[in-house]
Design a protein around this ligand. Sequence first.
Ligand SMILES: *[C@@H]1O[C@H](CO)[C@@H](O)[C@H](O)[C@H]1NC(C)=O
Ligand SMILES: *[C@@H]1O[C@H](CO)[C@@H](O)[C@H](O)[C@H]1NC(C)=O
Ligand SMILES: *[C@@H]1O[C@H](CO)[C@@H](O)[C@H](O)[C@H]1NC(C)=O
Length: 454
Amino acid sequence: MKQFLKFATFMFVVTQVHVKSDTADVVMSVLSSLLSQSRQPEKTTSAAPGILPKVLNPLNWIPKFPDVPWNPDSELTTPEIITRHGYQAETHTVQTEDGYLLNLHRIPCGRAGCDGSIRQPVFLQHGILASSADWIISGPEKGIGFILADLGYDVWLSNLRGNTYSRHHISLSNNDREFWNFSFHEMAIYDLPASIQFIYDHRKRTMGESVSENDLIYVGHSMGTTALFVMLSEMPEYNEKIKLFIALAPVAFMTHVKSPIRFLAPFSKDIERIMKFFGQNEFLPQNKIIKWLSKYGCEMNEVEKYICENTLFVICGFDKDQYNSTLATVIFAHSPAGTSTKTVVHYAQEIQESGNFQNFDYGFEENMRRYGTEKPPHYNLSNVEVPVALFYAQNDWLAGYQDVKKLYMSLPTQSAIDFYKIPFDNFNHVDFIWGIDAPQLVYDKMLHLMRNYK
Ligand SMILES: *[C@@H]1O[C@H](CO)[C@@H](O)[C@H](O)[C@H]1NC(C)=O
Ligand SMILES: *[C@@H]1O[C@H](CO)[C@@H](O)[C@H](O)[C@H]1NC(C)=O
Ligand SMILES: *[C@@H]1O[C@H](CO)[C@@H](O)[C@H](O)[C@H]1NC(C)=O
């Protein structure tokens, strides 16, 4: 009975769309009791035996899929998948100014091979809990990384700090707390500039002086858009290095977020406590919490249990119509690909400070010291000069119509070149990359825009 009452109180609290701060203690006490009930700590990261000998993903719990045919890509890294499909693959290590070592993958030519012509570079930036694998695991027919390579682009697949391919640093170990002391802000001001500059330098070195410094097309998904908006706002000189920005499921303002990530919003100022529940360093929520958070999504969508236990789907939502279940083993092998708890906290702050797109909130004292103001400064979107096309979907838990519309209105008029609604009502956050109909619903429009920015 006591259990039931506790649960009922909790469900009451969490079903409020915006959990108020004064209910934070109630939610926290329920979370605490959930945790204290588990006798021994559960492991979140055990992979099923025989799976994943090579992909270095420490986060995955891979369910057994009895009805799904085996797909070798579940055991391969991004470059291995690219090669398996008959394309050349390259891996480059980029060092950021603050010492992180990022692996940048590349598909330099199409299946037919290289013809020696200078190809326009496209930079594909994954979202939260994701990696370079996102753009290719749907295979040569549907993976946009492959489609672009076959159309004659020079395709670069980035990996932001903390994910499967970017877990090293020149002096820190990824067991150190300091290694994980970053949010999308640091990805924006260190990882993106380093990777973009690397691409230019590398192309110039290998293809000659005639390589242009400002023909790069940036395609971002989810956090991959947040990071570029932050970079362009904070470092406007980079506007010159990007020709066009395709923003898929863009996340900046987060007032209307439906993702259960919003339940974390009330704790966003209490970083120490939030880290107890979601991992001191890396975002590794305990199974109990993920299961609990996922209840919301599972009940809403009536999906199979295993889907609701993948952090990525818990946070980003799920759409039966566009989900290719044949890809399940591959998706689960590559996602979630890792990020810091601080990144999730930064997003939780955006939700809590409803309507602001702002720097990380360190609390009064540290804010005064860092920013010279009590509150963290807003990112100044007026600095965005790159033409931006915003693509959004009706059923997106993280980037719905109202928030994307606000973003569109906040950009300078001459920069906001498109505000495109995906013509399919159930389309959600991850369908932009893996959706069965993504080629028709997303990529056709995207490629059409890109042709105008040669
Ligand atoms: C994380 O970074 C902030 C700001 O740079 C600093 O104040 C804090 O001490 C750092 N924490 C850790 C654990 O490195
Ligand atoms: C934002 O940037 C614009 C143009 O770059 C500038 O005019 C404006 O003063 C800035 N706003 C703030 C609040 O800094
Ligand atoms: C689902 O994924 C598999 C494996 O990549 C692919 O062969 C198949 O065509 C996809 N199905 C649909 C409907 O997209």
